[in-house]
Design a protein around this ligand. Sequence first.
Ligand code: DLZ
Ligand code: SF4
Length: 511
Amino acid sequence: MPKTLCLILGDQLTTAISSLKAIDKTKDVVLLAEVWDETQYVKHHQQKIAFLFSAMRHFAEQLRERGYQVAYYALDGGHRYQSFSTAVKHAVNTHKPDNIVVTEPGEYRVLKAMQQWQADLGIDVDILEDDRFYCSIQDFKTWAKGRKQLRMEGFYREMRKRHAVLLTESGTPEGGKWNYDADNRKPPVKGLAVPKPYQAKLDDTTKAVIKLVAETFSDHFGDLTEFHYAVTRQQALTALNKFIDERLVDFGSYQDAMVTDEPWMFHAHIGLYLNCGLLLPDECVAKAELAYREGRAPLNAVEGFIRQILGWREYIRGIYWLKMPDYEHENFFDASRPLPSFYWDADTDMQCLKQCVQQTQTHAYAHHIQRLMVLGNFALLAGIDPQFVNKWFLIVYADAYQWVELPNVTGMALFADGGVIASKPYAASGAYINRMSNYCKSCHYQVKLKTGSEACPFNYLYWYFLKTNADKLSRNPRLAIAYKNLNNMDDDKLSEIMNSAEAFLNNMNEA
Ligand code: DLZ
Ligand code: SF4
């Protein structure tokens, strides 16, 4: 009988992956490999590497317990494999398989490498569909075909109907509305009691990996000291259940709120588990829907949570595979400034940015509004080159792979695709951050001041951004009011704004 080699990537850690389902454990070999290039194509946060290596090692062990024959190439296992291609080549020479089976990877660059293997190795390579997603790449392309606009909302409604999620018996949306976003924007109130997040105990495997990462990747961004993420499926399920029981109830209302020294809020913190395979999208959606049906969580929370998974996450993946490889080079505003150094060291007097970067260093995590409306918004307003911004986001978040990071940053945060994803840039002044957080209360800058050295930089950068990009944005109907206000501004005020912005941008690393 022919023998198969099955490569499992670091973000395919589930027995539900199509490649594992296609093999016969009595005779085939499963390969997992910690490879140098994957740790270096961007220099990932130390916790991201520790998380994935530990999760990979635990997954390999579980496969062995289930009777699979597993080859595991550890980075500290005596030989350092450069890339997936070199690891696969070695495994082919060692195990002499007749063919290779893999599930399609999450990143375009890895797919391109895989597509070379058949010719390079001289054996058949089957690249199977990744059917962990609700919507296949082909189905998304079919949905997108012929549409003038590819907005998430239309896609999401179709997914709700196609997969019968949160529908009444007659097929209408639960509660009468498809989207409860308007009920998901409560500002934080004083004394909000946020439940303690899930924290896994570190076992010997995780401790060994942390040591390896500390020794090998000490020049990478981020700390290792607060590593408490789940590294097995069982632990990830516990984290998910804890979220459903303790946080989901308030997740909806406070989804966009930001609080000083409170990184976790009511969010689920499961993105990293979903994106590496420890959790599956449909089980998260099913658990949230059940909580609603049993009266344990309100509709605005459950719909908001489900929209992120069934709507946004699937839509973003679809856009990535529809638009790659050109999408990597989008730069609608020709933004060219380098990333300020405070994105790396948090050394800034802007409290919102300081808080978001600090917690990113400590936890390899920030929630969506911190990413979009603080870190992304600043990069948009300050005209940072999208290449640098994308690289930063890919490095620093434990849940980041290019398929999910690139459309969120290029399309959503930076509007660098000129409006494929968003109908207008998500540009906002300090007033938005002040409304949705308590950061401004302890900031060196004054959120109420519009210009001058004490003023909140987001305030003048907002108008500077609109003014300098008027040729590209002023005809956008969703910005009509903003441009009307800009056009009605008297010349003195406008020149004060422009001067404040230029002074700031010329000295950004000192802000
Ligand atoms: C992110 C990452 C890192 C840091 N290291 C590995 C690794 O050593 N081996 C592996 O299989 N996967 C790793 N990953 C995840 C891959 O980068 C990811 O599977 C590809 O980008 C495809 O999405
Ligand atoms: Fe951020 Fe401006 Fe508020 Fe300071 S005042 S925290 S810079 S929004």
